[in-house]
Design a protein around this ligand. Structure first.
Ligand code: SF4
Length: 135
């Protein structure tokens, strides 16, 4: 009996197994963290409040879309202008990609832009349907 069970197990293991379903990590939203900084201009893209490591890494990529808070005791950037064109969206996408703490987020942007963010692996920076974190 034991020999028969072993033989059946060997046959079962030798059959081709279906590949495990791929789970695209980029579509899994991160848990929401901080609410938007109040200095962000209205619109879908925002910088979280209180997350700043003063990376400044966006300065060469998205100047004009992001800016440093003037006269702040601690450095912090904010969204100074929402992207209006595909070229500006590409700048914002780059800033979202290279900043160090995923603190540039988006809620309710154009569906084609959201798709490009997901394709770039930035789906975790898209808010869930209920929107950004609140205070
Ligand atoms: S992207 Fe984030 S960490 Fe970098 S300067 Fe802006 S708020 Fe600070």
């Amino acid at each position: 009996m034991r020999i028969l069970a072993k033989l059946l197990g060997r046959i079962a293991r030798s059959r081709p197994q279906p590949a495990p379903a791929a789970v695209p990590a980029s579509t899994t939203p991160h848990p929401r963290r901080n609410p938007p900084h109040p200095a962000n201009v209205p619109g879908p893209f925002y910088v979280e409040d209180g997350c700043c490591l003063a990376c400044g890494i966006w300065e060469d990529e998205a100047e004009g879309l992001l800016a440093w808070l003037p006269d702040a005791k601690l450095p912090h950037c904010y969204v100074a202008r929402q992207p209006a064109t595909d070229a500006e969206f590409a700048q914002m996408l780059t800033a979202m990609e290279i900043n160090e703490v995923d603190c540039i987020r988006v809620h309710g942007c154009r569906p084609d832009w959201a798709e490009r963010l997901r394709a770039a692996g930035l789906g975790g920076q898209i808010d869930p349907p209920e929107g950004p974190a609140t205070r």
